[in-house]
Design a protein around this ligand. Sequence first.
Ligand code: B12
Ligand code: SF4
Length: 582
Amino acid sequence: MDNNNSGEIVTLSSTDSVESDSTQHQAFTPQTVLRSWDPSCTMQIRMACIEDGLDNIGFRKMAAFVKSIHPETAIAYVPTGNLRSLVRTLTGKGGGDISDKDIRVVAEFLAEGDLVGLSSMTQYTPTVYKIIEEIRTINPRAFIVWGGIHPIIYPEDAIEHADAVCTGEGEFAFESFLGLIKNNQNYCTAPGFWFRTDTGVIKNTNLPLMSKEEMDLLPPLMYQDGELIYHCDKGFTSLHTDDFLEFTGLSYNTVWSIGCPLKCTFCGNSKFIEYDNAYRNLRHSSPRTVIDEIKRAVSKHPHISTVAFHDDSFLALPYEVLQEFCELWKEEVRIPFAVFGVIPNYVRDDKIAVLLDAGLNRVRMGIQSGSQDMLDFYQRPTPLPRIHEATKILNKYHKYMIPPAYDIILENPVETPEDTRATLDLLYEMPRPFTLNIYALRIIPNTQLAKDIEAKGLDVPSIETSYHSAYQPTLGNVLVFVLPVWRMPQRIFRVLRNKVWPTLSEQPHYSLSLAICRTAYLFRRAFDHLRFMDFSVLPGKAGYLLWKIGVLHFWHRFFLKRYRLPKKNLKGETNAASSLAS
Ligand code: B12
Ligand code: SF4
């Protein structure tokens, strides 16, 4: 499609990449937007993130960028629930849904924009579909763009609802898209987007991945910079500090490095790498930039007492980069931080030591299964001996850290009895203390795992079904909850593990035992966080009050053991830190 300077639309040239698509939309065609938008008027952009929390890291990056290039942009968060709510966690309820009435109010707000930008993961797609539908009825001329993880992983689905979907990093793609609209050029040529037109879907390729230098130039993530938040039944209000306390407690959540060298079949990464193999390489802004981002957040919320890095493979960063980061951290930030997305293959003693010395207080590592066959099925090149080694390294520092959390996937229908039991064996032998992030297998549509499971003719719930609410009450699952809390005598364990069967097998159910053991496991986790006065998973005002009256500071200063790196390592030697000091 092309349009001339007067804003008239001409038909697509044969060189435009159009694939025929049966999808048609009655109310909208891109032409209507081009005609309706008068370049002498200021275009209003309204953006919203539909997810069950306030982390929204990619959206906040994107929103900050859009606002920087187009100040007439209103930004809102629409939490569908509270991912860290204590009640929801204890009752095993998922992220929550918002009512049709709420959807209408959200849509009314968004429909005031000429351009609407939505962002979400796959879990929230039913809500996003409804919001889009409502926007159409209120303002059929609004042009709706959908970005975030869902359109990246499953653009074929997202484009059936939105007018355009962003299939990769959003910043420069959107800049180019907006530039084309503002210059009355054919915006359907914007890279990194798919467009739905009357004649089919235009699929443009993504821009090259952002370089480190470009990352340094991006504005910092939106963080209480005039955004709005939607409260069910109450409507939109300005985002307030209390909202952060409610959703993220005393923590600040961010992502520094992007990319992961692996491509496990259940993970979105398999898709990112399919688009661009360069996604395997870690890219990150300079340590200076990320430290400044965190200092900015702390200057707004001095109560921030933990920073959680959700990078996919933080420990794959080179030692020298980590060291530079740690030196800045110790000088300028000086609060505990947590590293998630740890891959066993990259756990190195010296890296853990340098991070601990700077303030690391928690790690989360993916294990997924104790069966080599299952790891192979997930195409996860993290051999069991490497997993053992990683847990030992982490355990060496257990006095200085909240017990590490290991991700485990349960309920894979492909498992044999030996596979299910192998995971229990691994957990039984693992050095303690540790805790687990226990996931029942869910399928992210359009990933390799989705294809593998379909090819086997099996049925696994999709990602929209909560991970945490629907554990099968099998003996195997009960034991998974017991083992982080209690290492039972070996004889009892041997007897019990031999009675374990994969989820799909006919077997007795232990609903009450599962509920009791899960509650004990959750209490144990909460207790471990309280021991470290860590309020990153315990949202609400209690942590804030303790911070305010100085308890947190006192506790950290006088009760917690701090790891100190031996002096020779501080001078830049990269050998393993062997001696521990408190
Ligand atoms: C950080 C993170 C979290 C954090 C924060 C979540 C958040 N909303 O920021 C926490 C811990 C809360 C979390 C939880 C969950 N997560 Co998570 N998480 C991630 C992780 C590791 C990084 C996301 C990120 O920030 N990337 C960096 C940013 C820069 O990229 P981005 O988000 O894609 O944003 C860019 C573009 O999408 C685009 N963009 C974004 N919004 C918009 C809007 C418009 C209009 C446009 C044009 C463009 C655009 O521009 C952005 C900047 O370049 C990803 C894995 C990954 N590599 O992406 C998984 C991932 C997103 N999580 C996933 C899942 C499944 C979950 C959970 C459901 C369960 C779980 N396994 O932990 C929960 C759900 C909780 C919730 N609140 O919704 C899946 C999502 C799969 C899917 N199809 O939905 C992923 C992909 C991991 C995986 N298993 O594959 N997660
Ligand atoms: S290691 Fe983690 S982030 Fe990397 S592909 Fe596997 S699951 Fe995804």
